[in-house]
Write a new protein. Structure first.
Length: 438
C-alpha cells in the first residue's frame, strides 16, 4: 500500500488514479438523498470532471453552482427581472450528479421556479443564494411528481439545483420566471396525492383546520386534521415542526388568503421543520398537512417563535451545516492524516463531527462501514469555512457510505450520523489519503 500512496505514476492522475484506488468502483457525490428511499443505489459522476476541479471551487453560490448553466444561455439573458418571458432549459441529470441552473435578479421580485421530469420522472429542486445558503426546497408542489417554488427574492445571483428523487438518470424541463409568465406545472392544487389538501387560495377556510396556540403542540392524524391555523398578534419569525416518522409528514405554509409562503419535508429524518427567519406580518396563517406514508398516524404539530441559536444547533446535530471551529460545539480533532486512519465509533442520529488536516493536495477517501450491517450511516465533508464539498448516504449495493474527493492542503470537517431517527449502530470510520507522485 505504501507504494500506492507515494509513487503512483503521474500518467494515472487523475482519472486512472481514482480507478486504481477504488478498484474500479463507482462512487456517489450527492447532497440531498432523501432518507426515506431505503433501497440500494448505484450512482456515478464523470471522474475526470470531479478530479480536474478543486474541491473548493466557488464560482457561483459558494461552489454549489461551479458546474451550473445560465438558464437563459448567457448571464445577460438570465436576468429574470428584465426578461420578456420565462427562461427554460432541458436538464440532464446523470444519477446523483445534479443539474444546476443559474439565474440572476437585478431587482427584488417574486419568482416561480419549476421542474417537470420527462417520462414520469420525479424531480426535486433546491434554491441556493449567492453565498451557497439553501433558501427553499420542493419535491411535488408542481402537481404529481413535478416541483415548484414561488417566493420573493432580493437582487443577486441564484443557483437552482435539480435532482431525480429516484437517484437515476433523467431529463427534465426547468423553467424560471415571474408570476405573470406562463407556468410549466399545474401547481399543488391539482395534485391527487392528498384528497384533504387545502387548495391554494382557500387558506384555512371551510372548516378544514384546527387552531394552534404559539408554543403549544397539537396532535392529529392528517386524515382528520388536513390543516392547522394559527395567528400572530405582532410580526414574528416562527419555526413549525411536524413529527411522526410513521406518517412522514410534509407541511406547507400559506397566508390566510391562500398565498404560498414556504414548505418542508424531511428536515429531521422523515419529520418536517420549517424555519421562517423573516418575521411574518401579524395575522392568520394556515399549515397544510400531507402524510407521505400513513395518513392515519397521529402527527404532532408545533408553531413556536424562531430561535436562531436553536435552529443552528439543530442543523449541527443533523450534520447538514458545519459548526464553527471555536470550541462552542463538540468536535473531535483527528489531527494530521498521513496515509491511513481508522476509528470505531458508536454512531447515532445526532451527528458526530471530526476535523482532519491534510498537508498536501491529494485524494481523500472516507468510508463509514456499519459493523454487523446494523446501521445506515451517512457522511458529509466540509472545508474549514463551512462549505459542503461532498455527501454520501448509500454507496454501492448496501447502506454503508463512501466519499472520494480531491482536496487541497488544509483542515476539513467530516460529519457522521445515522439516517434513521433514534437509531444507534457501531460504525467503523476509515480515512485514507492518496497523493500524486513527486
Amino acid at each position: 500500500m505504501k507504494g500506492l500512496h507515494e509513487s503512483v505514476a503521474l500518467f494515472l492522475w487523475p482519472a486512472g488514479f481514482l480507478a486504481l484506488c477504488l478498484g474500479g468502483r463507482i462512487f456517489e457525490r450527492d447532497k440531498m438523498l432523501n432518507p426515506r428511499r431505503m433501497i440500494s443505489r448505484a450512482s456515478f459522476v464523470i471522474l475526470t470532471g470531479l478530479l480536474g476541479l478543486p474541491a473548493i471551487a466557488q464560482d457561483f453560490c459558494g461552489g454549489v453552482g461551479a458546474e451550473g448553466k445560465w438558464i437563459g444561455g448567457t448571464a445577460e439573458a438570465s436576468d429574470i427581472s428584465v426578461a420578456g418571458d420565462h427562461r427554460e432549459q432541458i436538464a440532464l441529470v446523470l444519477g446523483s450528479a445534479p443539474y444546476i441552473a443559474l439565474f440572476s435578479l437585478s431587482a427584488p421580485m417574486d419568482v416561480r421556479l419549476e421542474a417537470a421530469g420527462r417520462a414520469g420522472s420525479d424531480t426535486i429542486i433546491e434554491l441556493f443564494d449567492s453565498n451557497g445558503a439553501s433558501l427553499a426546497f420542493d419535491d411535488d408542489s408542481g402537481g404529481g411528481f413535478d416541483s415548484r417554488l414561488e417566493l420573493p427574492l432580493s437582487s443577486g445571483t441564484y443557483c437552482l439545483r435539480v435532482e431525480n428523487y429516484e437517484d437515476t438518470p433523467m431529463s427534465a424541463f426547468v423553467r424560471v420566471g415571474r408570476p405573470e409568465h406562463e407556468p410549466l406545472t399545474d401547481g399543488i392544487a391539482s395534485a391527487d396525492n392528498s384528497s384533504n389538501s387545502v387548495a391554494i387560495g382557500e387558506g384555512c377556510g371551510d372548516g378544514f383546520s384546527q387552531e394552534l396556540q404559539l408554543g403549544l403542540p397539537g396532535v392529529g392524524a392528517v386524515i382528520d386534521v388536513p390543516a392547522w391555523s394559527f395567528s400572530l398578534p405582532v410580526p414574528t419569525a416562527v419555526s413549525i415542526t411536524a413529527e411522526n416518522e410513521d406518517a412522514d409528514p410534509q407541511i406547507t405554509l400559506y397566508s390566510a388568503d391562500g398565498a404560498y409562503i414556504d414548505e418542508n419535508d424531511d428536515a429531521v429524518g422523515l419529520n418536517s421543520r420549517l424555519d421562517v427567519r423573516q418575521p411574518l406580518a401579524a395575522g392568520e396563517y394556515c399549515i397544510e398537512m400531507q402524510a407521505l406514508s400513513d395518513e392515519f398516524a397521529p402527527v404532532t404539530v408545533t408553531v413556536s417563535e424562531y430561535d436562531p441559536d436553536a435552529a443552528m444547533m439543530a442543523m449541527y446535530d443533523q450534520g447538514i451545516s458545519a459548526p464553527p471551529l471555536d470550541g462552542s460545539y463538540p468536535i473531535v480533532d483527528l489531527g494530521v492524516l498521513q496515509t491511513r486512519m481508522r476509528k470505531d465509533v458508536q454512531n447515532t442520529d445526532t451527528a458526530t463531527w471530526y476535523t482532519v488536516t491534510v498537508e498536501q493536495t491529494g485524494l481523500l477517501l472516507v468510508e463509514a462501514i456499519s459493523v454487523n450491517f446494523e446501521g445506515d450511516p451517512e457522511m458529509r465533508v466540509f472545508d474549514d469555512f463551512g462549505r459542503e464539498i461532498a455527501y454520501n448516504d448509500d454507496f454501492g449495493s448496501g447502506y454503508d457510505s463512501q466519499i472520494a474527493v480531491r482536496l487541497n492542503a488544509g483542515t476539513y470537517m467530516v460529519a457522521l450520523r445515522e439516517v434513521n431517527t433514534g437509531a444507534q449502530a457501531f460504525t467503523r470510520l476509515l480515512m485514507e489519503l492518496f497523493v500524486p507522485a513527486q
